[in-house]
Unconditional design. Structure first.
Length: 673
């Protein structure tokens, strides 16, 4: 019995069937009934297992997989040996690859060594190649029967022969029918079979590469571990980070903890910057930091003397238009920059910005209730035989999911019992079930290693943030002065860092604020003379459609692909960002606006005078500013669920706020910000 791979300590035999791994003291697997005599059962990176029938299975070995019913078998190669399963991959006669996992409890019943695997594979290749030769002879015979020159029809690069119509007792019509049948069905079917046999032969030829691929995947895993350690060293050493002082000031007291805020924030949502043109982008970073340094914003976002907050530029992708092909490259770099994540540190009255090479998730650290230690209380989605680390949930989350699905199923059954007329009034789809895709994390499932690996990835992801913090403490002035904290120890972390779960506190109770319902309430009092906002966007969209249509009809596009979504003609101010309604149609719920634009000829301005313009806009695209109450924008800003949709409501509500504050005028003379 060999030593443990993790620490090289030997296994101690307790009895004939029980062993104890001293390196795993306290582990639930430290003393188990070993149907499989393995190194440390917790480790999932072993390459072989010795079973009770003294048969060893290792990566790269061929074996026969017996069906559960026992009426068939398939040849497979061992591509992975986990802590409780053997992973197989192989080729079957239907010309497709297959893979499966066999639990250790079933290995002795379903697996058997295949020492003659190479001969079996080569026999399969010869079989399919023989089928190809047979089918080719059928094609040759058919073409000869049809009177098509054999050499011209089949030889590569041969000259096309003449088609000779058979003369004899058979009528010409029957020969023509045979030609058509051969063209439409016989020859295509034969060529299809030839292609399938060639594909099957190629699949069996590639089967000999499966052991090599399995061994290379094992080396790839080692490479990933090395790369992960290199990345961690770079994080601590500061090779991929940049620390900049944004706001000078006095530092905090030396004993103040670093309060790490849980929620990932977004710059464009917090300050609503550049909302009129689709939200802020990376180039607006100086303006954001100037806004962040204002006393009221500084104390609100960084509520503690030492606070760390993660920011990303944008949550959603910004729509950008490419006029020339080179703009596509600029857009690509702009979108990449918009995804950058920054850590901002408040130290007393100081503010520092840190850019790192890691990508933060929606939460910098998990909720306290989700850090489940007992592996039996964890469930994971194993769809497509893989485990997504983002879909590993606790037992409580799983039970809530099952409860909701049962309630939805009960409501659906009640709906089905209603009459046809009642069902037509309120149609209901059959509820989708997700809980069946989740399995419990226990050694009885063959996805046990994958689930533990997913948990380890999430732990490593959160631990990297600790490396960043330790590097900032040790190598910069951003958090000085401070004690000599060692965050990799439980005591040092508890004394130096305080985790603030602001993500759960940010979830507002009650229903989601409905902006469209709010708009409808304000627009219910629309009338002639009402001040509205939203008509300028509708006018720009209309002008863009007209511009694109004129350009297409003129034939002067010359292959250009730029079609603006919003357009402002030269010399036309439009109805204005804020304008008065000149006509109101209650039945169609439309508002009309009028204004003057300059009259222009091809050579310049026309002295004839301005030209009157008008537009009619549905009320569903407007907001009645007169019905707006100052401060209403906070209804949607303070709720994080609707703040993420600020581009939908901010251009309307904040313009109404500025109007009531006396900072806006009617008309289209205002410049876009």
């Amino acid at each position: 019995m060999g030593p443990c791979i993790r620490c090289d300590r030997p296994f101690t035999a307790i009895s004939d069937s029980l062993i104890d791994c001293r390196c795993c003291e306290g582990c639930e697997h430290s003393s188990v009934d070993l149907t499989v005599l393995s190194p440390c059962p917790v480790d999932s990176g072993h390459e072989q297992r010795v079973f009770s029938n003294e048969i060893t299975y290792e990566v790269g070995q061929w074996c026969w997989l017996l069906d559960k019913e026992g009426d068939g078998r398939r040849l497979g190669c061992v591509v992975r040996v986990g802590s409780n399963y053997v992973g197989l991959k192989g080729v079957v006669d239907d010309r497709s690859e297959w893979s499966c996992r066999v639990h250790f409890d079933e290995v002795s019943k379903r697996l058997a060594p295949a020492p003659d695997a190479v001969q079996v594979i080569r026999g399969k290749v010869d079989e399919h190649q023989g089928n190809v030769r047979r089918l080719m002879k059928e094609v040759q015979a058919l073409t000869a029967r049809l009177g098509v020159g054999e050499r011209a029809a089949l030889a590569a690069g041969g000259e096309v022969g003449q088609l000779v119509v058979a003369t004899g007792p058979g009528p010409v019509r029957e020969h023509k029918a045979l030609l058509l049948r051969a063209k439409d069905r016989l020859l295509p079917d034969l060529f299809k079979e030839i292609g399938a046999e060639n594909k099957a032969a190629a699949a069996w030829m590639k089967a000999e590469l499966i052991p090599l691929e399995a061994e290379s995947e094992g080396l790839l895993g080692l490479t990933e571990k090395i790369e992960g350690r290199i990345f961690n060293v770079e994080l601590y050493a500061g090779l991929c980070e940049e620390l900049v002082e944004v706001r000078p000031g006095a530092p905090a007291e030396a004993g103040e903890q670093v309060c790490l805020m849980q929620r990932l924030c977004y710059m464009d949502e917090e300050c609503l910057a550049a909302y009129e043109v689709g939200g802020m982008e990376f180039g607006d970073l100086p303006a954001f930091e100037a806004w962040l340094s204002r006393p009221e914003n500084f104390s609100r976002i960084f509520p503690f003397p030492r606070t760390a907050v993660a920011f990303r530029v944008r949550r959603e992708r910004k729509e950008r238009e490419a006029v020339v092909p080179s703009d596509l490259i600029s857009i690509m770099f702009a979108e990449k920059a918009d995804k950058k994540t920054f850590l901002y540190f408040r130290n007393g009255q100081q503010l520092w910005r840190l850019s790192t090479g890691i990508e933060f998730g929606a939460q910098l650290f998990p909720e306290a209730g989700s850090r489940v230690i007992d592996r039996g209380e964890i469930y994971a989605d194993v769809t497509w035989s893989s485990v997504d680390p983002e879909k590993i949930i606790s037992r409580g989350h799983y039970e809530d999911m099952v409860r909701r699905e049962r309630e939805e199923e009960a409501r659906y059954e009640e709906w089905r019992k209603k009459s046809k007329e009642e069902r037509a009034k309120a149609y209901m789809h059959h509820p989708m079930s997700e809980s069946h895709r989740y399995v419990r994390c226990t050694p009885e499932t063959v996805y046990y290693d994958d689930i533990l690996r997913g948990i380890a990835e999430k732990v490593d992801e959160h631990n990297r943030l600790v490396l960043v913090l330790q590097g900032v403490l040790d190598r910069s002035l951003a958090l000085h002065p401070h004690p000599s904290w060692r965050l990799w120890t439980p005591e040092g972390f508890a004394s130096g860092v305080r985790l603030v779960c602001d993500d759960s506190r940010a979830l507002a109770p009650g229903d989601l604020p409905d902006f469209e319902a709010y708009r409808a309430r304000c627009n219910a009092t629309l009338k002639v003379g009402s001040v509205t906002v939203g008509q300028e966007v509708a006018w720009e969209v209309r002008e863009a459609e007209r511009y694109n249509d004129r350009r297409d009809r003129s034939g002067r596009t010359r292959g250009e692909t730029w079609y603006p979504e919003r357009y402002r003609p030269d010399g036309d101010p439009g109805p204005g960002r804020l304008a008065s309604v000149v006509a109101w149609q209650p039945k169609s719920k439309r508002c009309s606006y009028r204004w003057d634009r300059e009259s222009r000829q091809w050579c310049g301005r026309d002295p004839a005078g301005p030209i009157g313009c008008a537009i009619s806009v549905p009320s569903s695209e407007l907001l009645n500013v007169d019905a707006y109450v100052p401060g209403d924008w906070k209804i949607f800003f303070q709720d994080p669920r609707t703040r993420a949709q600020y581009l939908k409501w901010a251009p309307l509500l904040l313009e109404a706020e500025e109007w009531h504050a006396g900072n806006r005028k009617l008309g289209g003379s205002l410049k876009r910000r």
